[in-house]
Structures are given as C-alpha cells and as structure tokens.
Design a protein around this ligand. Structure first.
Ligand code: EPU
Length: 417
C-alpha cells in the first residue's frame, strides 16, 4: 500500500495552482444522465473519486470521451442500465447522486445504500424522503434502493437538516418533474449553485440558487451544455494553511474569493497577511500563529471539510482554542494521530480543545479519511524529522497531484510503496 514520506521543517514559497472542485464535478457528471445530448465538463480534476464516477457512468452505458487532459464529454442517449452496485457506492458515497437523475429521466433506478463511513453515520434518508415527496415509489431491499415512477410530480420538500448531495439529488430530479418543485432549507454551497447553473444551461428552469429556497419549474427534456468547473475551495484553504504553518510566502492561483470569504476572515485572525485578488491570493506568514476558535457550519459558514486542517494550524498556535464540529458526529479521527505527533488535544463531545505546542514531532501515522489525510500532511510539513503517512488512497480521492504541487513550492515529500 502506498505511503507518503514527508521531511518537515521547510517553508513553502512560490506559486501553486488550485484544481477544479471534486464536489462540483461529481454532481455535474451525474447530471449528464438527464439529457440525451453532449454534456462537456472542463477542468475536471484527475482524482480517484472522479474515476469512480466515470466507472459508474460507464457501467450504465454512458459514452464518455476525453477531449483533452481535463475535459470530458458525457452522452447518456443510449443508457443500458439504471443500476449502481454496492461495489461502486461503497467506494464513493457521492454515487448516490445518480438516483435522482435516473428516476427523473428513466422512471427507475436501483442504487446501493452507501452504508457506514469513517466520519459518521451519514444516512441518505433525506434523499429518499425528498424523492418520495416528488411521487417516487421507493423500497429498500437487500441493501438496495429500488425506486420507480411514471413521472415525478413537482412538490414542496423541506430538508429537516441541510444536505449537500441531498439537495443535488432532488434538484436534478425536479428538473424533469411535472410542474413546480420547491426545495426549502436547500444547501447553498457553491458546488450546488454551479450544478444549478449547468442544469439551467441545459434548459432547466431553476431560480433561487444559493438561497434557502430553490424553485424548479419542470421541463419535458434537457439539452446539451458545456461548463468549466469552479476552483476547489477546500484545496485552496488546505494550501493556504500549509503556507501559514510553514511560515512561507505563497501565491495561490485559480481561486474564487467569493467562495472562501468566511474561512479567509477566520484564518486572518491567526496573524498571517492574506491579500485577495480577483482569482488569486497572496500569503505572507507571520512568525507567530494566534489560535483561532471556530465551529463548522453549512455554507457560507466554516466548512467541515477544512476542520481537520485548521486543527493542525491550532496545534502549533500560541495559546488555546475550541473547535466545534456540528456537521458530522465522528469527524475527529485525525485527533489521535495528531496526538501521536505531539499535539495537545482533548475531545469533549463534539468539541476539541487544542492547546498550542511549540512543535510537532514526526511519527508513523494512518490516514482515516480524505480531509484527515490532508491534516496529516500539514502536520508532517511542520514536524521535526520524517513523517510516514499510511493509507494515502484517501488522499488520492480528493487532492490532485498533491506531492508534486507541494514539492514545487519547497516541501520534501515523496510517495513510496
Ligand atoms: N444527513 C442525513 N440524512 C441524509 C443526508 C444527510 O441525516 O439523507 C446528515 C449527514 O449525516 C450530516 C449532515 O446531514 O450529518 C450533512 O450531510 P450532507 O448530506 O450535507 O453531506 P454529503 O452531501 O454526504 C457533502 C460533501 C462532503 C462534505 C459534506 C458537508 C460531496 C460529494 N460530499 O457530503 O465532502 O463534507 O457535504 O459539507 O459533495 C469531502 O469532500 O471530503 C466530503 C466528505
């Protein structure tokens, strides 16, 4: 199994370019099921999760053409199967996002229930409830969601709790439903907004994107479209933190400042100087890192997907802070590994109390999920000596060419078998 070896203690300096967003790419790939025409997505990141979604769409008979390095065209005019196997869904939960499109376009779908996950229970009950509200008949049998309908009928569905992929599923399904659908307490994440924009380019009638209430007027069919995927806001913040904790100076290119306003405001409190331009930012670190307390929240709040990385920043801050995780109940798996590297962290329910230490030490550590892997890399960058991170397949799900990008700005990081 592949491992990453990091020799810590080197400041990161130079220029780094952010990839297209994984969590924007995945729902838009699933949206191609809704049309018989070509859907072209540009700047798709080359990641394990993207390859899993390609494998899933390919298994259904969708034609997928690679135009060049990061541009793909999807054509679902000759779909053969409406089936998402346990093998694929267990590898990547985002596979659940084929459910809504299959049901809306073909009136049937058989999609595996995702099952457990390292960061919490993560049920998909709200996806199912929402689709039932649109008139779908749904049965759970042998671990599979069996869904069918003559045609979905527009309705109002209020999410009892905000769900990103849940909103994506209902939004996609509603585009081809008869009449008007209202999604209340909808997710406002930029990735959902871009999904809606793609659907509108395809001929859908969606209003209220980025707001609590999304209104969709169903249409008979959807056309082709082309779109460039937004920059990955989670990678942007991960790299920014890498620069800050190594006391480096970075220019981070291909970002969207509007998507990272709250995290940038928060991170500014640690003392680093961050200058934002239209599509890049410049970081000048300070010698001292001040602790920053925060809680995670749905967009526009602080994303749960940067909680682990911000925790690393706090492990070496001058003082104490509190980090409250409100989205996933079990997203502190990185804490034990960080403690093995000398961090002083105490967990009290969904709150972590982090007391800054002067330095971290290297250790052999194990990645437990995607963002935990990113946190361990960050910790490795500032630890004394050689850190070895095991199970980095998690990392390959969500960070494109991470060791190459980090090496280019001065990190000592390599991959071994
Ligand atoms: N929830 C339910 N029932 C549902 C759906 C969600 O109870 O049917 C709960 C979840 O258990 C969680 C909360 O609602 O407590 C929010 O979960 P959400 O549905 O928003 O998460 P998701 O859509 O499964 C996406 C991202 C995650 C990110 C979360 C939160 C994608 C493909 N995944 O997951 O990204 O952490 O939103 O922002 O967009 C990652 O990239 O590392 C990652 C895990």
């Amino acid at each position: 199994m592949k491992k990453l070896v990091i020799n810590g203690g080197y400041p990161l300096n130079g220029c780094i370019r952010i990839s297209g967003s994984k969590n924007a790419a995945l729902p838009m790939m699933a949206a191609s099921i809704l049309s018989d025409c070509d859907i072209t997505l540009n700047r798709i990141p080359n990641l394990a999760d993207v390859r899993t979604m390609i494998a899933l769409l390919d298994s259904m008979g969708i034609k997928i053409e690679k135009n060049h390095k990061s541009s793909f065209t999807f054509n679902a005019s000759e779909i053969e199967s409406k089936f998402a196997s346990y093998e694929l869904v267990k590898t990547m939960r985002a596979s659940i996002m084929v459910l809504g499109p299959l049901l809306a376009k073909h009136g049937e779908a058989k999609v595996s229930l995702p099952g457990g996950c390292a960061i919490g229970a993560r049920p998909v009950d709200l996806h199912i409830q929402g689709l039932e509200k649109l008139g779908a008949m749904i049965e759970i049998k042998d671990g599979y969601i069996l869904a069918s309908t003559e045609r979905l009928i527009g309705s109002t569905y209020t999410f009892p709790k905000k769900s990103v992929t849940g909103t994506a599923n209902i939004l996609m399904a509603a585009t081809l439903a008869e009449g008007e659908t209202k999604i209340l307490n909808a997710a406002c994440e930029p990735e959902i907004v871009q999904l809606g924009e793609l659907l509108n380019f395809m001929g859908a009638k969606i209003e209220g994107l980025g707001e609590d209430c999304i209104i969709i007027e169903g249409v008979e069919n959807l056309e082709g479209a082309e779109i460039e995927i937004i920059p990955d806001r989670i990678e942007t913040i991960t790299m920014l933190i890498a620069g800050i904790i190594t006391q480096g100076e970075l220019k981070i290119e291909n970002i969207n400042p509007l998507h990272i306003q709250k995290p940038i405001e928060l991170i500014g409190q640690c003392g680093a100087k961050i200058e934002i331009s239209e599509d890049y930012l410049c970081l000048k670190s300070s010698n001292e890192i001040l602790p920053i307390s925060f809680e995670t929240n749905p967009y526009p709040g602080i994303p749960t997907d940067i909680q682990a990385q911000l925790m690393v920043l706090n492990t070496v801050a001058q003082g104490d802070c509190e980090i409250k995780e409100t989205i996933f109940e079990n997203r502190f798996m990185h804490v034990l590994e960080l403690k093995r590297m000398g961090a002083n962290i105490e967990i009290d329910g969904n709150t972590a109390i982090v007391r800054g230490v002067s330095r971290l030490n290297s250790a052999q550590v194990m990645a437990t999920d995607l963002r935990a892997s990113a946190a361990l890399i960050l910790a490795g960058l500032i630890a004394d000596g050689e850190t070895i991170i095991d199970r980095i397949y998690h990392l390959d799900r969500g960070y494109e060419r991470v060791e190459e990008k980090l090496s280019n700005i001065g990190a000592k990081v390599s991959r071994i078998d």
